[in-house]
Write a protein that binds this ligand. Structure first.
Ligand code: CO
Length: 134
């Protein structure tokens, strides 16, 4: 069990269509997935270039986690994500190592992937996500 690589950087945006257009046009990124998740209050897109991936997060309303983030901090960097071969096992290992977790157990994330978040206090103030290989 291990963290096996980098998975994505996520950016909170006000205008998802505009952001997808900007990253595809400016940098030649390819749209991989786009998904609206009503119960999380977000619409998200993932884009790839080479082996790298960017996640764009837009809010469906002010009382959602992305809506609150945008109101407080404005658009910009939201989290970084690492790939893990076993998210549950990595959470146990990180908790045993004293890392503060937001999610004690893996949960369903975007695009059908198993995910969990670490508290930003674990990582120099940057919200960090683990993503299963799915
Ligand atoms: Co993410």
């Amino acid at each position: 069990m291990a963290v096996t690589g980098f998975h994505h950087v996520a950016v909170a945006v006000e205008d998802l269509d505009g952001a997808v257009d900007a990253y595809t046009r400016l940098f030649g990124m390819t749209l991989e997935h786009r998904e609206r998740v009503e119960d999380q209050g977000i619409e998200a897109a993932s884009l790839t270039i080479g082996e790298s991936r960017l996640e764009l997060l837009a809010s469906l309303g002010p009382d959602t986690y992305v809506g609150k983030f945008l109101a407080k901090r404005g658009p910009g960097m939201h989290h970084v994500a690492f790939e893990a071969d076993d998210v549950a096992a990595e959470l146990d290992r990180l908790a045993a190592d004293g890392a503060p977790l937001i999610d004690e157990k893996p949960r369903a994330g975007l695009f059908g992937l198993e995910i969990a978040f670490l508290h930003p206090d674990a990582t120099g103030g940057v919200l960090t996500e683990l993503v299963g290989r799915g």
